[in-house]
Design a protein around this ligand. Structure first.
Ligand code: GLV
Ligand code: GLV
Length: 336
């Protein structure tokens, strides 16, 4: 096995770091402060490194990749990899890996939590209660929406979309419609799901949950036109990537009650919650939003598993093995 020089761009659970150290690698971690490195710092840090264990907050573009000819693998601590210029990496013979599977159910559970929280106005009601506003039971206090019998529209039937559909169909007794690149007849049979074109899905869904990767095709896929098709009672859930939803159009739809609510774990200009600092209305000013800080995969167990999977990909490359989760399968693997 080659003795790799590894840079970890942010502190991650110890299990992953341990694995790398036990392999005899020289491991350097950005743990000076728990924050994202600047591009300049990152370029400097990965000089002469064989492997980079990156976070979704690291923007790994041409400027980062090209000055580092020794780099052989970028192991991204996330299932999404829109933060990496995979094309350039592939051209340079650098393998890019991600951490799917281990976080699938965890993200699905957070999605269901957001659905329930938005439907039953949990956050708003909690705030109300804490503020001492609960004076008497009332027939009209915080009326929300049922899930049972309602239609959930799944955008993107990947692993996560599948697990959300399964929980919604079997657990909440919801009807499922979905839109995805490859129709899945077995899924349709198992969950009585119906495939639909996007406009039909938007028109018929009571809940719409996004499970797509961010690509040039999916950017702003949900914008003004799409909100106009949705039901006034619709609830939008996004645990995928912020820019898939046009934030300006979303704010307009929420403010003008074109939809009932949105529950968001991701934001267009993350970590900013609303892109435009001067926007007269921000997502956090609206009562019909639920906002969580990109934590859909954040359970103790899953984050440990992600660290182990990300570390193993690096160890595989050092051993001349093909890692399990290669994103750029067309890459010509370099050994030196
Ligand atoms: C989180 O957003 C991930 O892609 O893992
Ligand atoms: C995407 O990779 C997913 O698991 O849904």
């Amino acid at each position: 096995m080659k003795k790799f020089n590894v840079f970890i761009a942010r502190k991650i659970p110890e299990a992953g770091i341990e694995l790398l150290r036990k392999s005899g690698f020289n491991v350097e971690i950005n743990d000076s402060e728990d924050r994202v490195l600047s591009k300049k710092q990152l370029i400097k840090k990965i000089k002469d490194k064989d492997a980079l264990l990156s976070l979704l907050t690291d923007n790994i573009d041409k400027e980062v990749i090209e000055p580092n000819p020794k780099l052989k693998i970028i192991s991204n601590y996330a299932v999404g990899f829109d933060n990496i210029d995979v094309k350039i990496a592939t051209k340079r013979g650098i393998i890019v890996t991600n951490t799917p599977d281990v976080l699938t159910e965890t993200v699905a559970e957070h999605t269901i939590a957001l659905m329930l929280a938005a439907a039953r106005r949990i956050v708003e009601a909690d705030k109300f209660t804490r503020q001492g506003k609960y004076k008497a039971w009332s027939p009209f206090l915080f009326l929300g929406q049922d899930l049972k019998g309602k239609t959930l529209g799944i955008l993107g039937l990947g692993r996560i979309g599948y697990e959300v559909a399964k929980r919604a169909a079997k657990g909440m007794e919801m009807k499922i419609i979905y839109n995805t690149r490859h129709r899945d007849k077995k899924f349709e049979g198992e969950y009585r799901a119906r495939f639909a074109d996007l406009p039909i899905l938007l028109k018929e869904s009571d809940f719409i949950s996004i499970h797509l990767p961010l690509t040039p095709e999916t950017k702003h896929m949900i914008s003004k036109k799409e909100f106009n098709i949705m039901k006034k009672t619709a609830i939008l859930i996004n645990t995928a990537r912020g820019p898939i939803v046009d934030e300006k159009a979303l704010i307009y739809a929420l403010k003008n009650k074109k939809i009932f609510a949105a529950a968001l774990d991701v934001f267009e200009c993350e970590p900013e919650i609303t892109c435009d600092f001067n926007s007269p209305i921000k997502l956090k000013d609206l009562n019909n939003t639920i906002l969580t800080p990109h934590i859909a995969s954040a359970t103790i167990d899953t984050r440990i598993k992600m660290a182990v999977v990300a570390a193993k990909s690096i160890i595989d490359i050092a051993n001349g093995r093909i890692p399990e989760n290669i994103v750029n399968k067309d890459v010509k693997i370099r050994v030196n």
